[in-house]
Write a protein that binds this ligand. Sequence first.
Ligand code: NAD
Length: 519
Amino acid sequence: MVVGEVTVTPTEAIEGIVERAHQAYLAWREVPLHKRVEPMRRLKRLILKERHAIAELIAREQGKPYIEAMIVELFPPLDVSAFLMYEGVRLLQPRRVRSKNPFFSDRRSTYYFHPYGVWAVIAPWNYPFTIPMTQLMALVLSGNAALLKPSPLTPLIGAKVEDLFKRAGFPEGLVQIVQGGAPQGEAMLASPLVRGVIFTGSVPIGRRVAEQAAKTNKKVILELGGKDPAVVLADADLKHTAQGIAWAAMVNAGQTCASVERVYVERRIYEPFLNALREELAHIRLGHPMSQETDMGPVVARFQRERVQKHIEDACAQGGRILLGGRVREEIGELYHEPTLIADATDAMLGMQEETFGPLVMVQPVDSAEEAVRKANASAFGLTASIWTRDPRKAQRLAPLLECGSVSVNSHIVAYGDSYGVWGGFKDSGVGRTHGEFGLYELVQPQYVSEVYTGKPELWWYPYSERVHRITDWLMEFLAEPSLKLGGKTLRRLLPEMRYLTRHFSPLKMSGGFLRYLR
Ligand code: NAD
């Protein structure tokens, strides 16, 4: 069904678009932070005002149910805009450096946070609004400009994102759209004026993007695929766990980078858990994304449906038991795939190794929590994971053992929803971070400015002398292992050299510095 049409951006036009963005950036970076907040506030209000139309466009173009679009695509940008306007502005202010190094006690040092310039934001189709919108918000607040290239499967939502930035009153050219696929993405990356890229998508394309970006030394952030595990311990609340995993496995028809695809369950509760999960999944209603009766819409395209079918066939051939689903519901439409539950999954199955990215969840019994963690980590991916237990001590012991960017306990994918959370993966799931404090600092270049006005030459400047050798040696011993005892010894050694040292340092400040160094 045709939802609308857009014009593909000719690749020859991209250098001009980048140049306009660069000009916009040069003016925008001079705008003080508190002024950058004004269009951000208008953008937030526009999103709120137009939320129903935006959710409907997402439902029609991408296929997630309207209410799900409201929850997972509209909430995060609204929350992130609030985070940026309050916390973001604070985090980006110049900040004093509290150095304890005694050599630098007589000066003032400050961190400044500078934008990079123009960024390419290359986005996927599965969360076509929240992903680029939140990334662009953080980019512009921190003084950057950006070009958004949405997925060719969701170009209208991309166009809507650009339209919102324009109407919010951000300067002309600061956020522009480039419509198209790989050729347009590659043309953006070829430009030396593009100084950074946030790529969200698959692992192979992510690698390619990083290779291309390296040619002009761009900053690279990669948000890539996942194969998220859920670890279900024997003391878990079965109903709650089944409810949570059913949602986390099937949200957006399973087309979520962080959807639960592998479940490791302690053997003692294996069968009761399977029953509980089957019951929850059986209640999911497939249907048109605009219907209020729908829990799950279609997959985005045929290739998605085929990948799910391939993983199901492979699991069945290797002894997997289909407990629910398994079929495409042709009577609703060729892209409506049933929520599918496979029990007795083994490590060798494709669906336990490769990203399925569809409405399929596979469950495997394990003998202990340790075995579950080992299996959860035995993957090239490491986006997020969840632990399901009533025991906080167990959860807190196991969570740091999981090799992934975030862990939710008795829930899943919480880090994306909380604007204070950080988003990103270990291993093949990504490089760098978006969201929260750490995500914001990825978008700026910290600059260290050190000021001294004493007029004294540094101790380490020419000429080198026998005295400098001696003093350097004593100070090195103290700085490497500062202790009261060594401090006393160093002080006794330095006393006869005080007159010389005051040529280089203010004695009071340096003594204070030495005391602070005894941490
Ligand atoms: P994809 O890698 O096929 O495409 C992503 C984007 O890259 C699209 O805009 C595409 O047009 C563009 N692209 C393709 N070839 C390119 C090239 N050579 N140079 C530059 N750009 C190019 O991914 P997709 O199918 O759109 O999205 C699904 C994937 O994204 C899944 O693997 C999913 O796990 C991942 N994803 C990750 C996150 C995360 O936050 N970690 C979020 C959403 C999706």
